[in-house]
Design a protein around this ligand. Structure first.
Ligand SMILES: Nc1ncnc2c1ncn2[C@@H]1O[C@H](COP(=O)(O)OP(=O)(O)OP(=O)(O)O)[C@@H](O)[C@H]1O
Length: 250
């Protein structure tokens, strides 16, 4: 049996006449960071949305841990172990770091927001949240209100929220976006370590981060995967250089 945690098989998705995903097949294997790169509008976010369950593919199949999840809801996929970093807008800005992470853990239990207060006293949940916060290096900011965090710290917080769900795989859509050089470096080393816990499908424009982290890279152009392979293979791939990397790979 293959060690693929996620298998995307012949996925296609059109918006009117536009094929945003065109017969995409790729897998994410245990222990790896698989980067998905491509020019603006290539269909990276559309593909991630189909894996997460936000969009339904027109054709094709998505297997997660050997189960066909193509028709499952976002919540069902999350419960199976599909973690994704939330967009910043999904964090509750008026709440503390700890409260945000506990809210995330609560989601896993199917609880409701109105039960939040008693939940804050739930020792097991709190412990899980605190350990996730520690793992991303935000312990000293545990009781800070989220709106007071820097952009980079909010990114770390998103990962902590995802970690409480004990994901078997992570989807990350441009985690480096808006980070300064120092923040990117820190996040790069964190993701490097995280792959040991759960493999990552990483959409990222920051090529330094991609080349530093990826075990494999898939290149999407006009909705199609034009190449999949190691960093060296992709850097030296003629069509990829023409379509996307240009001088960057030189
Ligand atoms: N809901 C939608 N309705 C119509 N067209 C859409 C929709 N979502 C995406 N598209 C189009 O599908 C194509 C792929 O978009 P997508 O956002 O997936 O690309 P991307 O590779 O993530 O781009 P970027 O790197 O700029 O984020 C684009 O041409 C986009 O305009």
């Amino acid at each position: 049996m293959s060690d693929a945690v996620l298998n995307i098989l012949n996925i296609s998705k059109s918006f009117g006449a536009l094929k945003a995903s065109d017969d995409v097949t790729l897998d994410v294997r245990a222990g790896e960071i698989h980067a998905l790169i491509g020019p603006n509008g290539a269909g990276k976010s559309t593909l991630i949305a189909q894996i997460a369950g936000k969009l339904k593919p027109d054709t094709g199949k998505i297997d997660l841990l050997g189960m066909d999840v193509t028709r499952m809801s976002i919540a069902e996929r999350a419960n199976l172990g599909l973690g994704r970093t939330f967009q910043i807008s999904e964090l509750a800005m008026a709440y503390t770091v700890l409260e945000n992470v506990m809210l995330g853990a609560l989601g896993k239990r199917g609880g409701a927001f109105r039960f939040f207060k008693p939940v804050m006293k739930d020792a097991e949940l709190r412990e899980r949240a605190e350990s996730a916060i520690e793992r991303v290096g935000l312990s000293q900011h545990m009781n800070k209100v989220t709106s007071e965090l820097s952009h980079g710290q909010r990114r770390q917080l998103e990962v902590a929220v995802a970690l409480t769900l004990e994901p078997k795989i992570f989807l990350m859509d441009e985690p480096m976006a808006g980070m300064g050089a120092e923040g990117s470096k820190m996040l790069t080393s964190f993701l490097d370590e995280l792959r040991g816990q759960a493999p990552i499908l990483l959409v990222e424009h920051d090529m330094d981060a991609v080349f530093a982290l990826a075990d494999r890279i898939s290149v999407l152009v006009y909705g199609k995967v034009i190449a999949t392979g190691s960093v060296d293979y992709i850097r030296n791939h003629d069509e990829v250089r023409r379509a996307y990397l240009g001088e960057e790979a030189a």
